[in-house]
Design a protein around this ligand. Structure first.
Ligand SMILES: Cc1ncc(C[n+]2csc(CCOP(=O)(O)OP(=O)(O)O)c2C)c(N)n1
Ligand code: SF4
Length: 249
């Protein structure tokens, strides 16, 4: 019988996901493995992972990796890529990691146009540490540090990282996707592939922001979290290409 699906070798063969039911971190890891396997670059792939549930990939991926101090993945990726230009370097970061404590590193790497690929998983909350307010938490959305819900006067507004980085000159490719439907999973895979291809072609800084759910810390069932994602998160974080300089060439 013809084999129509096989597990990517980018994920350890004996890995069993410890992510919560309904979490999309697992899907994104699978996509990264598939994409880089298809590009024939798994032996060159180096992961710089953030701290949080986004950092649990260390248990599952079969390629080289380091665990960067919270927020510093883009700075570490810069050093790794510059010292070994033939490697394929990516960061894997949550919203707390990339857009809060790591905001300066993210902005600086993007502004320098570092030739790296950034995978930004935006679930609107601090996942691993139990649901504290993140820079991307929606107005009115509850967090353990905002039990009445986020208030603009007290906590500021949600940060839109693709649009923030779009103010800079250097970034090459910025796209926001999700993994809530099979069609969106396919679009996310294509976006991740493009972001890695840009690096292989030496084009510079690419980021894919993947808007995902965290049913555990949102306090919702997996299905309710999907509804919330579609109705509330996509309204604040619209999906689509924010910048693609490769189209201007
Ligand atoms: C310097 C430092 N500050 C704080 C922490 C505690 N900490 C660990 S994970 C985390 C938040 C992770 O949230 P996010 O980046 O959104 O990733 P997720 O867990 O949602 O994937 C925090 C604050 C830490 N490990 N190091
Ligand atoms: S706490 Fe949230 S981000 Fe972490 S594994 Fe569970 S669902 Fe995913």
């Amino acid at each position: 019988m013809e084999k129509v699906y096989k597990r990517t070798i980018g994920i350890k063969p004996d890995a069993v996901s410890g992510f919560c039911p309904g979490c999309m971190h697992g899907t994104v890891h699978k996509l990264i493995g598939e994409v880089v396997e298809e590009l024939g670059m798994l032996d060159k792939l180096v992961r710089c992972e953030g701290i949080g549930c986004c950092g649990l990939g260390q248990l599952y991926v079969s390629h080289d990796l380091n665990i960067s101090a919270h927020g510093r993945a883009c700075a570490v990726a810069t050093g790794l890529k510059r010292s070994n230009p033939d490697s394929l370097v990516y960061t894997y970061q949550g919203d707390g990691d990339l857009a809060s404590i790591g905001l300066a590193e993210t902005m600086s790497a993007a502004n320098r146009g570092e030739n790296i690929t950034v995978i930004f998983v935006n679930n609107g909350i601090y996942g691993m540490t139990g649901g504290q307010l993140a820079p991307t938490t929606l107005i009115g959305m509850k967090a353990t540090t905002a039990p009445q819900g986020r208030q603009a006067e007290e906590h500021g507004y949600p940060i839109h990282m693709c649009e923030v980085l779009n103010q800079l000159t250097a970034p090459v490719y910025l796209e926001r996707t999700s993994c809530n439907t099979p069609a969106n999973v396919r679009k996310t895979k294509a976006a991740i592939k493009k972001a890695f291809q840009n690096q292989i072609d030496g084009k510079g800084f690419s980021m894919v922001e993947i808007v995902t759910s965290c049913p555990t810390n949102w306090g919702m069932s997996e299905l309710k979290a999907l509804d919330f994602l579609e109705e509330k998160m996509f309204a604040e974080f619209p999906l689509g290409v924010v910048r693609d300089k490769t189209k201007e060439e």
